[in-house]
Ligand binder design. Structure first.
Ligand SMILES: N[C@@H](CCC(=O)N[C@@H](CS)C(=O)NCC(=O)O)C(=O)O
Length: 201
């Protein structure tokens, strides 16, 4: 398998953590890809022009991170990150949606901040900041349950999102108002898979 990636992408990190958690890390060749390069050929493998994109051994192109992670989870016989069915599955994929959605809002805010000043729309950046704050509040209510249950793709999505937000917005100061989430994240960030994939400039 081949993984088209960029090193600081929080969505790519979900895949990287999944690969380690499932013992598949060595089975993937990594292809660095700059999706912002005007000459990038990422569109040949993913019409959406994004990373992560996985090229399977049979040549199928897979995107986006939820699809790639679920595909990888089907390739191993260990504990599953995507519960097979019922309430447990719904809980895991809903938590994944919350984590990914929090990342999406953070990315939109970052991109807004990076526009030339005269093209920036403050209200849009504020809207995204509010989404991030609301998602964190929702996660604060979930944090104790998250600490008890088995690790799922939801935990990975939330962990990668918080790691990326800390990396890009180090002054966010989210922990004080959300002590249970902060405790959960401190433990989760210590996992081998998280330590090995932490974003570094
Ligand atoms: N929903 C997608 C999001 C992927 C994504 O937005 N990746 C960013 C890198 S962090 C990207 O490739 N952006 C390029 C673009 O939006 O044109 C996923 O979960 O994989």
């Amino acid at each position: 398998m081949k993984l088209r990636y960029s090193p600081l992408s929080p969505y790519v990190r979900k895949v990287a953590v999944t690969l380690i958690e499932t013992g598949l890390d060595k089975k993937v060749e990594r292809i660095p890809t700059n999706v912002w390069d005007p000459n990038t050929d990422i569109g040949n493998d993913n019409p959406l022009g994004k990373v992560p994109t996985l090229i399977t051994d049979s040549g199928e192109r897979l995107y986006d991170s939820p699809v790639i992670c679920e595909y990888l989870d089907g390739l191993h016989n260990g504990k599953k990150l995507f519960p097979a069915s019922g309430k447990a599955r719904l809980k895991a994929i809903k938590l994944q949606a919350l984590g990914d959605g929090m990342t999406d809002a953070g990315v939109l805010r970052l991109l807004e901040d990076r526009r030339p000043k005269e093209l920036q729309w403050d209200k849009w950046a504020e809207r995204q900041a509010k989404v991030v704050a609301r998602a964190m509040d929702a996660l604060e209510d979930e944090a104790d349950a998250m600490a008890e249950g088995p690790i799922t793709i939801g935990h990975i999505a939330v962990g990668c999102s918080l790691g990326w937000l800390d990396f890009r917005f180090p002054d966010l100061g989210w922990r004080k108002q959300r002590p249970a989430l902060a405790d959960w994240y401190d433990d989760f960030a210590d996992r081998k898979s998280m330590v090995a994939t932490a974003p570094k400039e």
